[in-house]
Design a protein around this ligand. Structure first.
Ligand code: ASP
Length: 594
């Protein structure tokens, strides 16, 4: 057992002292980081979340049994009393903020011993992630992780302060909700009291925050967990955190303006970065046409060019037939790459776009001695000239072409654009490229379900001029929806909502719900909308992703204290686990053993 704290009180955190404190008697507490034992003189770096203080045990000054000092090992929790001294010149460490001072220890308590950790805390970043997550309590001691979580806390505090100052009320919404599957898969919670009935964990507070607008709360926010039972990708977690907001009596412009202020304040408070406002706004269609993405990274060019009109009558049937069938042929120009990309690298890029559904990718390499390409022999000189002009093709460039239905062309060239930018190091580091994508389509067609599904969610308002298209021409109806994009990542999204019960019913009709089905699922919303609903809209940020980008790390797991891995399990606590038969019986659940 470790020693007791007794009446010892900590003076301050380890790295909160400066040269001005020299001569002060202090009490410090923390973990033993590195240790150098020179016999009668032992140096220990004492660590806590503020940083490190060197503490020196000198046998001639230390009061007590010096063998105890010799027993200190990594990660022991110590309390020391002593005097702050200036370090001698040869021991000054300019790399740490407390590098000019040290504590000469008179008394020490070992508050807690530690077993040898499975990895050195300071080497944690080099350790396998599974091991880090299994011993998350140690991994979270690492200064890198502490920095990330402190930054995340700053973001949340800054956003909270801004929203409160702007009249948003923090109101909690239920975690146990009605299941209204439309979008992702729900996490279900069985009801003990209602056999066979289930709650769902919220995918987002969407309907409740809208109802708060109906109820006159005017402006709402909440920093809250949301749950979606989806297959995990690198930047997804089954539970994640939103900074969720909603406002009344506003249009899309009002919502975007207030959120520009929020993002500006967060960047200033957290990183002392000035974001210039207003942010650019790019309509969805333009984003797709220019960048092949609805979350374009505009830190570099290499924009897509549509060459469909040029190749529509071409002898190269692959292209002309695509255009005839309503698809398109588009190109990007990899500037100066003719001499950089070897043939085998080009072939690898052709394989790469296949991931995005492209059946193939054509290319033209523009060399000093002419064109090198598998397709130019099928084209007329006029076609080639027109393509060169459209794509700004010059000696040294390679043009890449994909011809297919539009969605495949956008996806594959959009991804190729990012891939090439990474390869060619076109992205300027430390730039914060923020923009809005607006005027999203209201619907997208789901091949799987053979029906239209809402692109954002079914409560999103169509644009005023497209209201008639909701039922008659859903493919071309645009929404009052907007996403905020940072360096090619969507960090938030929202919309103006439908505030009329009739239009909401029409929307459900367009989504293929019978009236009865719509009322069964969403009756409480349809009912509420009938009792005086203000025009309203909002936006939610993914806090994890925002924190990841601001922290400059590659994984959202590095900004979440206790994340789950790819198969949705928690390696530290081992959730999910089987439960007692008794618990299942109480919940009226029988597990299918096969
Ligand atoms: N509830 C939406 C979402 O989770 C955000 C919003 O429309 O405010 O994406």
């Amino acid at each position: 057992m470790g020693e007791l704290l007794g009446d010892w009180k900590r003076t301050a955190l380890c790295a909160e002292f400066t040269k001005d404190d020299v001569g002060r008697e202090v009490t410090l507490m923390g973990w033993a980081d590195t240790r150098r034992d020179l016999g009668g003189l032992v140096f220990v770096d004492l660590r806590d979340r503020s940083g490190i203080m060197q503490v020196v045990f000198d046998e001639s000054v230390f009061e007590g049994d010096f063998d105890k000092v010799g027993s200190i090992r990594s990660e022991f929790v110590l309390a020391v009393k002593g005097k702050i001294m200036e370090r001698s010149e040869d021991t000054v460490n300019p790399k740490i903020p407390t590098g000019l001072i040290e504590v000469k220890v008179r008394e020490m308590k070992i508050l807690s011993k530690a077993e040898t950790p499975p990895f050195e805390i300071e080497d944690g970043s080099k350790v396998r992630e599974e091991l880090r997550l299994k011993y998350r309590f140690l991994d979270l001691r690492r200064p890198d992780m502490q920095k990330n979580l402190i930054l995340r806390n700053k973001i949340a505090n800054s956003a909270r302060a801004y929203l409160s100052d702007n009249g948003f009320l923090d109101i909690e919404t239920p975690m146990l909700q009605k299941s209204t599957p439309e979008g992702a898969r729900d996490y279900l919670v069985p009801s003990r009291i209602h056999p066979g009935a289930f709650y769902a964990l919220p995918q987002s507070p969407q309907l409740f925050k809208q109802i708060l607008m109906v109820s006159g709360y005017d402006r709402y926010f909440q920093i809250t967990k949301c749950f979606r039972d989806e297959d995990l990708r690198a930047d997804r977690q089954p539970e994640f955190t939103q900074i969720d907001t909603e406002m009344s009596f506003v249009d899309a412009d009002d919502v975007m303006t207030i959120h520009e202020g929020l993002i500006q304040k967060v960047f200033k408070d957290v990183m002392d970065i000035d974001i210039k406002l207003p942010l650019r706004r790019i309509p969805y269609q333009e984003a797709m046409d220019r960048f092949g993405s609805d979350k374009p990274d505009t830190r570099f060019g290499m924009e897509l060019r549509d060459v469909s009109d040029i190749v529509a009558g071409s002898e190269f049937k692959v292209f002309s037939s695509v255009v005839k069938n309503g698809g398109s042929v588009r190109a990007i120009n990899a500037k100066g790459c003719a001499n950089i990309l070897a043939r085998r690298e080009i072939d690898a890029l052709v394989d790469f776009v296949k991931i995005y559904g492209a059946k193939g990718m054509a290319w033209i390499s523009i060399r000093e001695d002419g064109l090198n390409s598998p397709i130019t022999k099928f084209m007329t000189q006029e076609e080639i000239d027109a393509i060169m002009q459209r794509t700004d093709g010059q000696v040294g460039d390679i043009l890449f072409f994909v011809g297919d239905k539009n969605s495949v062309v956008y996806d594959s060239l959009g991804a190729l654009r990012l891939k090439l930018a990474e390869k060619l190091e076109l992205v300027k580091e430390n730039t914060w490229d923020l923009l809005w994508v607006t005027e999203f389509p209201l619907f997208e067609y789901s091949e799987e379900e053979k029906r239209y599904v809402a692109k954002h969610h079914p409560f999103t308002s169509p644009m005023d001029e497209d209201i008639d298209k909701v039922v008659s021409d859903p493919a071309n109806a645009r929404a009052k929806a907007y996403d905020i994009v940072l360096n090619g990542n969507e960090i938030g999204g929202g919309s103006i909502r439908i505030h009329s019960s009739e239009l909401q019913e029409k929307m459900f009709e367009a989504l293929g719900f019978s009236k009865e089905d719509a009322w069964n699922r969403f009756g409480f919303l349809l009912e509420a909308l009938k009792y005086g609903t203000p025009p309203h809209g909002g936006l939610a940020y993914g806090l994890d992703r925002l924190a990841m980008l601001m922290a400059g790390v590659d994984s959202i797991r590095d900004v979440i204290a206790f994340p789950k891995v790819q198969n949705a399990s928690d390696l530290m606590s081992k959730a999910p686990t089987e439960v007692d038969k008794k618990q299942l019986r109480e919940l009226h659940i029988k597990v299918d053993e096969d």
